[in-house]
Design a protein around this ligand. Structure first.
Ligand SMILES: Cc1ncc(COP(=O)(O)O)c(C=O)c1O
Length: 499
């Protein structure tokens, strides 16, 4: 095995702290600089190990000669406030005794001080408290929504980044088109038409920061506070948060073996402004919406002038049949806003997704996007466009389909072996997760809390519901677990359930 040499990173050009010098006072300049640095170190504004600007940089910023800066630095070095590292620069000393340094609060909020009324927007207060629940604190065999990162083509990806970075043009540094990079939109349009039967042209495709931004943007464009919106019950928790933040009235609609129950939804609230659905692979139950339900849903949208937001987050992966065509492809009245993401097919930190927008709404989406974040960062869009155009994307998808199919079979078999028919398995035919339903008396959140203490990360099913009537179970991801790990993880699941 070869060991890599340790690389000491050398950071040139420390950030200049806010130091003011006054040429009119009697206090010499070198003393003013010395006092200012000393006060910032002792006050905790400059921290141990932090890089300090060179004397040349500081003198230039303060518009003084270099001599006072040199004198001040010499003094700070002599007294041990600064230290130099050969070839790296001058740093705040890493060996200052803690007692010298004030442990004051640097958050800007003084403890106990009255800070006056602190009113925030009702839509922010309405969101549930942000917390990392026990099952969110680690990753393991059952991580939900995690693709097989062990099989990601790292080398190809990093070669494309390097190639692109080497030939970076100045034009790439400007604000980009709010719709996204033309090349990428063309590549996505080709993919969606062929593989997902989406009816689209590149000028309808907006590149965004993952489905989350797409869902949020669609809510900003389509929904007003107070309007009713159908959501799947159970459903994707982050859609619910978006609608809460938008001040909408969420109408939870039951999902059965055919997907969202459209008749039940109409009975609950025909006049809903929109329906948020994942028809190809419902989250979390994994159901595929039947053809008759699709037509019913489209018919409702047309007759009531409502919108359908189609979240197509991982439908590339089906194991017993071909991927199901999109709902958007069946829509002849431009009622569907189609959303896709690269989080599942590539990796989630990429933060790239897309919206296929009905032509007449494109301008409104751009106007709202402009007010949000203007455009998507350029580099990864360009790299991804090459990744798709050069065939790496389709190759990766084919490879992943086989891999997930194997991991899914191992998981289903392991559940059968350990539990027989006592655990009901739902939605194992597609995507990267399945659901197991617990026998009656077991509480999923409580078990997930206990499992987390043993480093077994289980996502409970019941928090996916809005209403009180909740199934208890677990959403078990299998994307990022090797086939060798899965049986042991299922054994551990059994031990947690039976303890
Ligand atoms: C139903 C659903 N939609 C969308 C996403 C993807 O979100 P993003 O593209 O923002 O990473 C997820 C992620 O887990 C999901 O479960």
């Amino acid at each position: 095995m070869t060991t890599r040499p340790t690389v000491t990173k050398s950071f040139r050009g420390g950030i200049s702290p806010l130091i003011a010098v006054d040429r009119e006072t009697a206090k010499p300049l070198h003393r003013q600089i010395y006092d200012a640095f000393r006060a910032k170190i002792l006050g905790g504004d400059l921290r141990a190990g932090q890089l300090i600007p060179s004397t040349r940089e500081l003198a230039s910023e303060l518009r003084i000669s270099r001599i006072p800066a040199l004198n001040a630095y010499a003094q700070l070095l002599a007294e041990g406030y600064f230290e130099t590292r050969v070839g790296a620069g001058t740093f705040v000393s890493s060996s200052l005794p803690d007692r010298l340094i004030s442990c004051g609060d640097h958050t800007g909020q003084a403890a106990g001080a009255s800070t006056g009324p602190r009113r925030i927007a009702a839509r922010a207060s309405a969101l549930p408290r942000y917390e990392r629940l026990p099952w969110m604190q680690g990753r393991g065999a059952f991580s939900v929504g995690q693709p097989a990162l062990d099989a990601f083509p790292f080398r190809v990806w990093s070669n494309l980044i390097t190639r692109y970075s080497r030939s970076l043009q100045m034009s790439a540094l400007h604000y980009g088109n709010p719709m996204g990079l033309e090349d990428l939109r063309e590549a996505i349009a080709g993919y969606l038409r062929t593989a997902r039967a989406v009816r689209c042209e590149p000028h309808q495709i907006m590149i965004v920061s993952g489905s989350q931004q797409a869902l949020d943007l669609s809510a900003r464009v389509l929904l007003d506070p107070g309007v009713p919106v159908w959501v799947e019950e159970p459903g994707y928790w982050l859609v619910r948060d978006i609608l809460t933040a938008a001040g909408c009235r969420r109408i939870p609609v039951p999902v059965d073996a055919e997907g969202l129950d459209v008749a039940a939804a109409i009975a609950l609230c025909r006049k809903a402004r929109a329906a948020y659905v994942a028809p190809s692979h419902q989250y979390p139950l994994g159901v595929t919406m039947s053809a008759s339900r699709r037509l019913q849903l489209l018919d409702w949208a047309r007759s009531s002038g409502s919108w359908i937001v189609e979240d197509d987050y991982d439908s590339e992966y089906r194991y017993q049949s071909m991927p199901v065509a999109s709902l958007q492809g069946l829509d002849h009245h431009s009622r569907v806003i189609y959303i896709g993401t690269f989080s599942k097919v590539l990796f989630s930190s990429l933060r790239l997704g897309y919206i296929v927008i009905p032509v007449d709404l494109v301008e409104r989406f751009i106007a709202v996007r402009q007010a949000m974040d203007i455009c998507t960062s350029h580099l990864y869009q360009a790299v991804l466009a090459d990744f798709i155009r050069e065939g790496h994307f389709s190759r990766h998808l084919r490879k992943m389909r086989l891999l997930y199919s194997e991991r899914r079979s191992v998981l289903v078999d392991a559940i059968r072996n350990q539990f027989g028919s006592s655990l009901k398995v739902l939605g194992g035919e597609a995507g990267m997760h399945l659901v197991v339903i617990l026998p009656n008396r077991l509480r999923d959140r409580e078990i997930a809390g206990r499992a987390a203490q043993k480093n077994l990360w289980l996502w409970p099913l019941s928090p996916s519901y809005i209403g009180k009537d909740r199934c208890q179970g677990f959403i078990l991801g299998f994307g990022n677990a090797t086939s060798a790990e899965i049986p042991e993880a299922v054994r551990r699941l059994k031990s947690v359930l039976t303890s």
